[in-house]
Design a protein around this ligand. Structure first.
Ligand SMILES: [Zn+2]
Length: 244
């Protein structure tokens, strides 16, 4: 890359990284790639749902330029004296697989991509909370459809609940969540406990025509988690939740 192009790219990278840092207290590779216009936010969403095999595939630039941009991002972070926070990216899909950034899948490159650069102005506690939140697998979302005349794009059946996939709605049998039990919203403590105990879990939402938005109806959790949850919370007082 010639020095003039490199300078121009450096300016764009710094601008995108600074904006992310100001907005959320840290900057990630994805923030930069989206910020400089090489990566479409919709594609990131698809990748996060496990529908794109590796992120570099959908970055609108060639590998040498991407790696140059990432190098510029890291030298910006070093100049700013930011903390490196390794972050794992987990797919928002029933399989919960670790997401891949690079074509090669090389662990060193993956680690570089997954590093969030965190503001040193944040307290240790706040940095830790940010790191936990970033590494947490996003909730799966299951929809209670208003219209019952839908068909699973995989098997052609229908049902009370569906999960949106790229080609269309899928039934819970096909996404492997049909053994979960519904826990209606209302008891926040019970919900939190059951969710913590359930290795697989999904949030159930339904569209409200009057409020024109999706509203949380409850959770799908593993039957065992549901069986365990009430006794633990009846017997023992739970300290107030300070996690949020
Ligand atoms: Zn199906």
């Amino acid at each position: 890359m010639n020095p003039k192009n490199r300078d121009a790219l450096a300016q764009r990278v710094v601008k995108a990284a600074e904006a992310a840092l100001a907005a959320q207290g840290y900057a990630s590779s994805i923030d930069v790639l989206v910020g400089i216009g090489w990566l479409d936010a919709g594609k990131v969403e698809q990748w996060r749902r496990g529908q794109i095999d590796y992120l570099e595939r959908v970055v609108q630039s060639n590998l040498p330029r991407i790696s140059e941009a990432m190098k510029l991002f890291r030298s910006w972070a070093a100049r700013r004296g930011l903390y490196a926070s390794p972050t794992s990216y987990v797919a928002r899909s029933p399989r919960r697989q670790t997401l891949r950034f690079s074509r090669s899948g090389d662990p060193t490159i993956e680690a570089l991509y997954g590093t969030h650069w965190v503001s040193q102005e944040l307290s240790e506690r706040k940095r830790q909370r940010l790191a936990e939140k970033a590494s947490r697998a996003p909730d799966l979302v299951v929809v209670q459809p208003l219209n019952r005349e839908w068909k699973c794009h995989r098997c052609g059946k229908t049902g009370d609940l569906l999960m949106m996939e790229n080609p269309g709605p899928a039934c819970l049998g096909c996404v492997g969540l049909d053994d979960l039990e519904f826990l209606p919203a209302g008891d926040a403590l019970l919900s939190r406990r059951a969710k913590a105990k359930s290795t697989r879990c999904a949030v159930v939402v339904r569209f409200s025509r009057t409020r024109r938005r999706y509203e949380r109806q409850g959770l799908l959790v593993e039957p065992l988690a549901l069986a365990d949850a009430p006794s633990t919370f009846v017997d023992r007082p739970i300290p107030p939740d300070r996690s949020r």
